[in-house]
Design a protein around this ligand. Structure first.
Ligand code: GAR
Length: 209
């Protein structure tokens, strides 16, 4: 089974959905650690309740971004993850870090990328007048919420939606989409090649991008 480390900054509901999937028999991955940049992240207690080891690396305890990342990288050297899942990790990862785990870091973002990367994504989706919203799992490359897309799911925007009500509807599909995407990656059915995603299950179909 592939060794997965999940990075969080907050509630950790996506981390829990990945943990639940990993508890299923035959799932091709296991969560070996949760790393947070916030000691207050509610997800830490949720991980600990499931006996998943946690580590906290607070940015303010390091003088530079490079030192902060070096500390995380040295912890990862010990943990030896095959895959890193960013799950509400609200920090931009440097290209030096990414190159160490090229093609093995995925992120979930609560919009239909490439629309609405970054913060306040739900309000911007509402302001756009779009009638669908959704979420995206993508390989992490340089740049915020960029990188080749592994999987997406859509939900309707309803009349009267607020950013919070839309976020809640999107989050429910995030919890389904992220385990699916992790399964594809862990099974080797989704790969990044030459900066593009190759999806074996969509080979020879028009859905292959
Ligand atoms: C999720 O909606 C995730 O997609 C989003 O933060 C939330 C974290 O919730 N991530 C981003 O906005 C990254 N740009 P969680 O901690 O309960 O999983």
């Amino acid at each position: 089974r592939k060794r997965v480390v999940v990075f969080i900054s907050g509630g950790g509901s996506n981390m829990l959905s990945l943990a639940d999937a990993c508890n299923q028999p035959d799932f091709p991955a296991e969560i070996v650690a949760v790393i947070s940049d916030k000691p207050s992240a509610a997800g830490l207690a949720k991980a600990e309740a499931r006996r998943i080891p946690t580590r906290v690396f607070e940015r303010k305890n390091f003088s530079t971004k490079a030192e902060h990342e070096a500390a995380i990288l040295s912890a990862l050297d010990e943990i030896r993850p095959d895959i890193i899942c960013l799950a509400g990790y609200m920090r931009l990862i440097s290209s030096a870090f990414i190159s160490r785990y090229e093609g093995r870091i995925i992120n979930i973002h609560p919009s239909l990328l490439p629309l609405f990367p970054g913060l306040h994504t739900h309000q911007r989706a509402l302001d756009s007048g779009m009638k669908i919203a959704g979420c995206t799992v993508h390989f992490v490359t340089e740049g915020m919420d960029e990188g080749p897309i592994v999987a997406q799911a859509a939900v309707p925007v309803m009349p009267g939606d607020t950013a919070d009500s839309l976020a809640a509807r999107v989050l429910t599909v995030e919890h389904k989409l992220y385990p699916l995407a992790l399964q594809l990656l862990a099974d080797g059915k989704a790969r990044m090649e030459d900066g593009r995603v190759v999806l074996d299950h969509l080979r020879d179909t028009s859905l292959q991008s």
